[in-house]
Design a protein. Structure first.
Length: 277
């Protein structure tokens, strides 16, 4: 369902309804009606010790791992963690760098890291974003629109002194998602593809409600977190060179566990109010 356009732009915001067990699909499972859609789907990753930049835990990273590990034949392995750690090492002293040459056993043809700006509220690895563009024959469900994974390290509340610091880091992370996609679209697509790659601009971003559940030890409401994600994304969508036309918010209606207690329904329904402002 298209809700509205982001203020001052022609970019639409869309609420996705759940498909499986009250969760939204993280990738298209049937081709979209609009053949021009090129989507990057956001994976809310992890910065936990031992699983830094990894997929495969519970929740969102587990959903991505379940799909990609079967599609790309790496069950029991963690190739994306290896890519992400390598990119982070190569980007030492820089906000961004990329890789464009992968062995045949990797499912990606291009990968980019975008670190938060130095004045960001994010601490340690929080707010780091990776854009992983799949090889043509290894896209999820063999659907062309499933073009990339946007792996995001969400803020972990335990690192922040106050709830406001945590919320500001969430907003800065959302800004950095758009910043990463803009960097990729502007500098590496169409006739600018490195290593003779023919890369397409990402025009659609699918975004979950990140930094909730166990990441949210301050027990901020989901409406508060969703609002900061929305405002972070909206603040970066005014450049004429984004190539972005649609942002899809995953409206999951399940109850999530929060410090051992059942929390309220996790969703982006506050967008209905925000888009009307």
């Amino acid at each position: 369902m298209i809700i509205n356009k982001f203020p001052g732009t022609q970019i639409t915001a869309e609420l996705l309804n759940p498909k499986h067990s009250n969760f939204c699909a993280v990738f298209y499972e049937t081709p979209p009606l609009q053949p021009e859609v090129i989507m990057g789907s956001v994976n809310a990753g992890t910065s936990y010790t031992g699983s830094l930049f990894e997929m495969g835990q519970e929740g969102m990273t587990g959903a991505f791992y379940g799909i990609l590990s079967v599609q790309q034949n790496f069950v029991g392995k963690h190739p994306y963690q290896k890519i992400h750690k390598t990119l982070h090492r190569l980007a030492e002293g820089k906000e961004s760098t990329y890789m464009d040459n992968f062995d045949s056993d990797f499912g990606v043809q291009f990968a980019l890291i975008q670190k938060p700006p130095t004045d960001s509220a994010c601490i340690d690895f929080d707010g780091t974003v990776f854009v992983d563009v799949f090889k043509d024959h290894l896209r999820p469900y063999q659907i062309d629109a499933n073009y990339a994974m946007i792996y995001v390290v969400p803020p972990l509340a335990d690192l922040y002194s106050t709830p406001n610091d945590f919320l500001n880091a969430i907003e800065d992370t959302a800004e950095n998602i758009v910043r990463a996609v803009m960097n990729y679209n502007k500098n590496f697509t169409l006739d600018k593809g490195p290593n003779s790659l023919s890369l397409k601009p990402i025009n659609t971003i699918r975004v979950p409600l990140f930094s909730v559940g166990y990441f949210n030890s301050f027990q901020m409401s989901h409406d508060q977190i969703a609002a900061y994600i929305y405002h972070g994304i909206a603040s970066q969508l005014h450049s004429a060179e984004t190539y972005i036309t649609n942002v899809q918010f995953e409206n999951n209606y399940h109850e999530v566990m929060d410090t051992g207690l059942k929390s309220g329904t996790q969703d982006f329904n506050i967008l209905r109010k925000l888009m009307a402002e």
